[in-house]
Design a protein around this ligand. Structure first.
Ligand SMILES: NC(=O)c1ccc[n+]([C@@H]2O[C@H](COP(=O)([O-])OP(=O)(O)OC[C@H]3O[C@@H](n4cnc5c(N)ncnc54)[C@H](OP(=O)(O)O)[C@@H]3O)[C@@H](O)[C@H]2O)c1
Length: 335
């Protein structure tokens, strides 16, 4: 069967652009036992993929070389099934190569239950998807968020951050978020953040001191560096830090910045805990139950930017890398 896919065409010279990719024809093999033919409906894009272009293999996937097809999470529809687990028309989430029609082992699909048929497809790549599960795991299991907490989320308008803000609000906490543009700060307010600020408007410590004059109980960190140092100054006695990511430090090699003031952890008996969401699958049923309930109750919403047309995936990826998104960047492949 004929399909088409996005391949890396050349290594970027400077910032990654749409021109660094090409759309190429692809052949999909005949189905074997236990396999399904799927069509991509929505494709979620991750900025982190950029780190792997021409780079080494990482825990999140292999290095991407010329001619390779990147992969990220997508919502697919089953077109044909040689598996007893899936029928034609079923919807599922999978780590999807950037290929419009593809063959997948049934075991690599996570079914979207029939009772979620009314939920917009994009939500399965945001609040109900991987970024949502990451935020839920960090906020609930490792952060132990409580209604009485004052919580600070860095990188709060990003994929994980926008979910972390909303989940903490759904629990009833007071939430402070930081982001990198006035539009993103406005988005944080719309998501319910009690206080939101632009991290470009001053030093991290000045801005956080102003936003949280009475201190913090919990810091959910997506960014690291200056934000982490500032939060360590502002946490109350017994405060908690959850290390989800360190976006400000990626690619900096030996120039990485650590928290020079980590001794604050001694004086105020702070706890800092890193986590990897992939080791927490046992929490998924709780996440799905809570997030679906909050979504139906209007307590949370999917935050995403949609670009229409699978062939525009390279353009969407370049736009994501230059900050042209609000929440998750998603390509709609329904044309
Ligand atoms: N622990 C896990 O299992 C796990 C799982 C998934 C993701 N992660 C990590 O979680 C983090 C968030 O992921 P995501 O998918 O939400 O990524 P994302 O949408 O790209 O968000 C990351 C945000 O970090 C902010 N940022 C980057 N550099 C910054 C700097 N120098 N100062 C302040 N803010 C900066 C950017 O916000 P502004 O544009 O607003 O400045 C960006 O939106 C990443 O670090 C990722 O690697 C961890």
């Amino acid at each position: 069967m004929d399909s088409h896919e996005v391949q890396l065409a050349r290594y970027p010279d400077g910032a990654i652009g749409a021109r660094d990719f090409t759309i190429a024809p692809a052949q999909v093999p005949a189905l074997g036992p236990g396999q399904v033919l799927v069509r991509l409906r929505r494709l979620g894009l991750n900025a982190g993929l950029a780190n792997r272009i021409g780079g080494p293999d990482t825990a999140y996937g292999p290095g991407i070389r010329i001619g390779d097809v990147p992969a990220s999470d997508g919502v697919v529809e089953v077109l044909e099934s040689h598996s007893s687990e899936f029928q034609v028309g079923d919807l599922a989430v999978r780590k999807s190569p950037w290929r419009i029609t593809d063959v997948s082992a049934a075991g690599e699909l996570r079914r979207i239950p029939q009772q979620e048929a009314d939920v917009p497809l994009e939500a399965h790549l945001t609040v109900l998807g991987h970024v949502g599960f990451t935020a839920y795991t960090g906020m609930m299991r490792f952060g132990g968020v409580r209604a009485e907490d004052t919580v600070y989320v860095s990188g709060a308008a990003g994929g994980v951050g926008s979910c972390a803000v909303q989940f903490a609000k759904a629990i009833g906490a007071t939430v402070i978020g930081s982001a990198g543009s006035p539009e993103k700060v406005q988005l944080l307010r719309e998501l319910g953040a009690d206080t939101a600020f632009n991290h470009h408007d001053g030093t991290a410590l000045e801005l956080l001191r102003h936003a949280a004059p009475d201190g913090l109980d919990l810091f959910y960190d997506n960014v690291g560096g200056e934000q982490l140092e500032a939060a360590l100054e502002m946490l109350r006695f017994s405060g908690r830090v959850v290390i989800c990511g360190a976006a400000s430090q990626y690619g900096k090699g030996t120039q990485r910045r650590g928290p020079a003031n980590y001794a604050q952890m001694i004086y105020r008996q702070l706890t800092m805990r890193g986590f990897d969401v992939t080791s927490n699958e046992d929490l998924r049923p709780d996440f799905e139950a809570d997030a679906t309930r909050w979504l139906r109750a209007g307590k949370i919403r999917s935050v995403h930017t949609v670009i229409d047309g699978f062939d525009r995936t390279p353009e969407a990826f370049a736009s994501l890398l230059s900050g042209g998104n609000s929440g998750r960047m998603i390509v709609s492949c329904d044309d």
